[in-house]
Design a protein around this ligand. Structure first.
Ligand SMILES: *[C@@H]1O[C@H](CO)[C@@H](O)[C@H](O)[C@H]1NC(C)=O
Ligand SMILES: *[C@@H]1O[C@H](CO)[C@@H](O)[C@H](O)[C@H]1NC(C)=O
Ligand SMILES: *[C@@H]1O[C@H](CO)[C@@H](O)[C@H](O)[C@H]1NC(C)=O
Length: 280
């Protein structure tokens, strides 16, 4: 009978269908599990500081100070044509520093005022961070991003004089779509009195210095199936210029390297006299 025929034919078809569905489902699960368990590597997101430049509102405060009367008399008596209004004495840098190209002139006349440099009330630093996702398959979510600007005067050798200028979390994370980049520009304010006086005494009269930027972030890939486990990564960007000038639009970006340690072995200087350069 017709009904019996249906009963005998269709269960077979249904079983085949069921098996095919099951196999597809299992394959899907296998693929999904693979996507989920593949952890991102720190270098999966490429960070850089655009133009390799951090714009500074100021680095110090300048003050004109009268010098003592006896010196003033001497300077008037020996006034010569080589005098110029721009000449200034920079305490700490030596009298001849500014006019070292013409010592006889510099010695023969002294200005009635000297410039002194003191800590600024605050310093604003503007930095542009760019994140690029080279992957063609996954979008990368970056969260918990923290930037740290560190002055490392003796970058190649040891931590002598290392000073953290500012540490600053980005208020929001962002998604870096596959094969695209995301750029954020932030201003961070330095108000730490110790840092402000360090800048004034170290870079008195100068308009720029070089620094290193550390960027920490938590990255996770986002696919249609599921996201990977978030991974904390650290990148070091060196050497970046901190300067009063606006960044040159043609300057190259400084690419950050994914690594836990700064460009040299950090911390070992406390015990070792001169740590060897790590092989990079
Ligand atoms: C990752 O960093 C976040 C802060 O950004 C922290 O709360 C978390 O504990 C870190 N996770 C690991 C595994 O270090
Ligand atoms: C980044 O993480 C490391 C290790 O957890 C920490 O020592 C460093 O201060 C962090 N830097 C920033 C900019 O948050
Ligand atoms: C770091 O290097 C500088 C210059 O090479 C040197 O004068 C100084 O003694 C070194 N400091 C330490 C702690 O090794």
């Amino acid at each position: 009978m017709g009904i019996d025929e249906k009963r005998t034919r269709f269960p077979c078809l249904a079983t085949v269908r069921y098996m095919v569905t099951a196999v597809v489902a299992v394959l899907t699960v296998v693929v999904a599990v693979k996507v989920i368990t593949v952890d991102l590597r720190p270098e999966d997101v490429e960070l850089s500081i655009l133009q390799g430049h951090i714009e500074a509102s100021t680095l110090w405060r300048q003050r004109e100070t009268e010098i003592s009367p006896p010196r003033l008399q001497v300077s008037r008596r020996h006034r010569r044509p080589c005098d110029d209004d721009d000449y200034e004495i920079q305490p700490g840098l030596g009298v001849n520093d500014a006019g070292s190209s013409d010592d006889s002139c510099a010695e023969s006349r002294l200005p009635s005022t000297v410039m002194t440099y003191e800590a600024a009330a605050s310093v604003d630093l503007g930095v542009t961070l760019s994140a690029y996702n080279p992957s063609g398959r996954v979008d990368i979510k970056c969260t918990g991003i923290t930037l740290r600007v560190v002055d490392m005067p003796d970058l190649a050798r040891n931590t002598t004089g290392t000073m953290e200028i500012v540490r600053f979390p980005l208020p929001r994370g962002f998604l870096v779509k596959r094969q695209s980049s995301h750029t954020v520009r932030r201003w961070m304010r330095v108000t730490d009195a110790r840092v402000l006086s360090y800048l004034a005494s170290t870079y008195a009269g100068r308009t720029s210095f070089t620094a290193t930027v550390q960027v920490n972030a938590t990255i996770a890939s986002v696919t249609v199936v599921k996201r990977t486990n978030p991974k904390n990564v650290s990148h070091w960007c060196s050497v970046v210029t901190v300067g009063l000038d606006e960044p040159s639009t043609t300057a190259d970006a400084v690419h950050c390297k994914a690594r836990e340690e700064p460009p040299y072995l950090f911390g070992s200087v406390l015990l070792a006299p001169a740590p060897a350069l790590p092989a990079t």
